[in-house]
Design a binder for this molecule. Sequence first.
Ligand SMILES: Cc1ncc(COP(=O)(O)O)c(C=O)c1O
Length: 379
Amino acid sequence: MIPVFKPHIDADTMKAAVDALHLGWLGMGSYVRDFEEKLAVAFELPPERRLVAVNTCTSALHLALLNAGVGPGDEVITPALNNIGDFQAIGMCGARPVFVDINEDDLSINPELVEPLISPKTKAIIVLHYTGTAARVHQILDIAGKHGLRVIEDAAHATGTRVDGRPIGSYGDMACFSFDAIKTLTCIDGGAVVVPNAEEAEQLYPARLLGMTQPNERLYGNSRAYQFDVFKQGFRYHLANLHAAIGLSQLASLGEFTSNRRKYCRLYNELLKNVPGVVTPADRFDGASIFHYCLRVPGGNRPLLQAHMKEKGVDTGIHWMPGNRFTWLKDCRGANDLPVTDRVGDEILTLPLWSYMTEEVIHTVAASIRSFFRLPSLK
Ligand SMILES: Cc1ncc(COP(=O)(O)O)c(C=O)c1O
């Protein structure tokens, strides 16, 4: 079976993991410092901005929301076509999502629809860069600025994506990244949050480590203090050395990962462009780090196509069921006014995309789709 995701674990990553284990300091330490520093360089962060590594993107989102002052009874505007981690992070703050619809072209937040949803309870807006292509974040930043709201970019799919020439994280307000098991850059599990300045980062350091006032210099030197204060609620969200070591080894290849993925997406588009039963994604791949290739299958054919592809040995995914379909969230404000999300939610189909594929695999995937629509393979 051709899998949907296949993380690239090579000899360098194996060695990085073994080296980190040999170090003997398995908790947060020098590898985490190096990972944070190298990510900050990769994301071209200006000197005032800070990147804080954590154990998942869900944790990053939770900390970013708390940093935005989101608390019980508040509302956070987010596309319903988003990851459950976002909805849970909002819930962890005691707040509720407010769902906004998406654009037909990029399947990300539609800025035109945001302002009417803002209420006195709104504290923040989440902008998801769906699939890894750039969302219309600058329009959202303008709206948020007008209303005094914080903006959190969910860049879980978009490690390395550039928006108007600048990497996500290097501009704007806050940005959250995921390095989980299937992401383009994996730490097995890992995440990061970028905040605009050192003062906000100082709030996040204890928050990621059970509220403890452990000096970073000490932790980053593979040691810890036994005398410390706890002055606020904190969480066990820190990243461990082993995971950071794996992330560091992956980061060295990020440029190649992303250029390969763009190439594969373009080949899929080429092989599928004339298939009448599917809609290929618009080629917004320049400057993007693509996590998943999202085909659309209108006309109710998705389950049949998925079954046919499975028979041909090709696995597919759905990212995701929109949030307004879950029992817990179906009554959220905005949940009944999402015509694009509701339709697209039945059409999206994730095709296999990895950092190193052969053209043959891509041809096999495309042929399995073409044969469903009784079209010959292009090879
Ligand atoms: C858009 C988005 N946000 C957040 C998350 C949560 O990330 P993590 O698994 O690192 O907690 C994911 C995970 O797939 C995601 O795709």
